[in-house]
Design a protein around this ligand. Structure first.
Ligand code: NAP
Length: 256
């Protein structure tokens, strides 16, 4: 923690799906670096607990319930941020689901709809809400949270991987739309033992197999993902837009 600077002093950051796991880690990192952070997720109780947790660490934090596929709640998230802090400098779009492990040929249409709705469409729609405020601020920034599965979709979560591939393209396309005031980048995490990945990382044999695929011989941490996200959102990355950083400990196949 002593190494953490103050790159976000005076900045306002929104992180979706940020009451635990990678999103919470990102919010905490931005907050420790001086940002006022707006955290959100589907459940009021989780939002309240996360806000208290951040405040107990001296972070300026505010919470808004936002299921990312709910249009009114997306609007509330942006409007309450503006009412509370008056601006938006950073938007981190982190929410995703992986509702099925069916093969592509067996994935139900309702599952395809949900994957598209949460992982891709909601990411675009939250940007549409926030964009008018982001472009007012030179040096503002968007970061999407993709996955190494976006580069190499695994057979067991193939369509989830394909939605994460879409975010790589979305980052490139949106970077053109939002330049020069707002930069748009993406992080692609490897395996991190969160609730989301528990069905993989809590099985000892699978966990060992995954660790064996990394060059750095360990799973990732939320702090690893938060550090890369904070870099991309900060002025240290002021000449980087439309890019994705893979944060996977060197998992082979997680890059072109
Ligand atoms: P996590 O620890 O399970 O946390 C998920 C968070 O999202 C919770 O705060 C949850 O709170 C919230 N959430 C769930 N559905 C939501 C929705 N529809 N709208 C708003 N908030 C929602 O998950 P994670 O591992 O940190 O995953 C975060 C991101 O990292 C995802 O985009 C995932 O694809 C990506 N990723 C994760 C890994 C990994 O190994 N963990 C690897 C690659 C990429 P509520 O229950 O209160 O809504």
């Amino acid at each position: 923690m002593e190494k953490i600077g103050k790159r976000f002093t005076g900045k306002v950051a929104i992180v979706t799906a940020s009451t635990q796991g990678i999103g919470f880690g990102i919010a905490q990192r931005l907050g420790l670096e001086g940002a006022s952070v707006v955290i959100s997720s589907r459940k009021q109780k989780n939002v309240d607990e996360a806000v208290e947790n951040l405040k107990s660490k001296g972070i300026e934090a505010y919470g808004v319930v936002c299921h990312v596929s709910n249009p009114q709640q997306r609007k509330n998230l942006i409007q309450e941020t503006i009412q509370k802090y008056g601006k938006i400098d950073v938007l981190v779009s982190n929410a995703a689901v992986n509702p099925s492990v069916d093969s592509i040929l067996e994935t139900k249409e309702s599952v395809l709809d949900k994957l598209w709705e949460i992982n891709v469409k909601a990411s675009i729609l939250i940007v549409q809400e926030a964009a008018p405020y982001l472009v007012r601020n030179e040096g503002s920034s968007i970061v999407f949270v993709s996955s190494i599965a976006g580069y190499q979709p695994d057979a067991n979560m193939a369509m989830y991987g394909v939605t994460k591939t879409a975010l790589l393209g979305l980052s490139k396309a949106l970077a053109q739309t939002m330049a020069p005031k707002t930069r748009v980048n993406c992080v692609a995490p490897g395996f991190v033992p969160t609730h989301f990945a528990s069905f993989i990382t809590e099985n000892k044999d699978v966990r060992n197999m995954i660790v064996g695929r990394t060059l750095l011989n360990r799973l990732g941490t939320v702090e690893d993902m938060a550090a890369a996200t904070a870099f991309l959102a900060s002025d240290d990355a002021s000449y980087i837009t439309g890019e994705t950083i893979v944060v996977s400990g060197g998992v082979l196949g997680s890059r072109l």
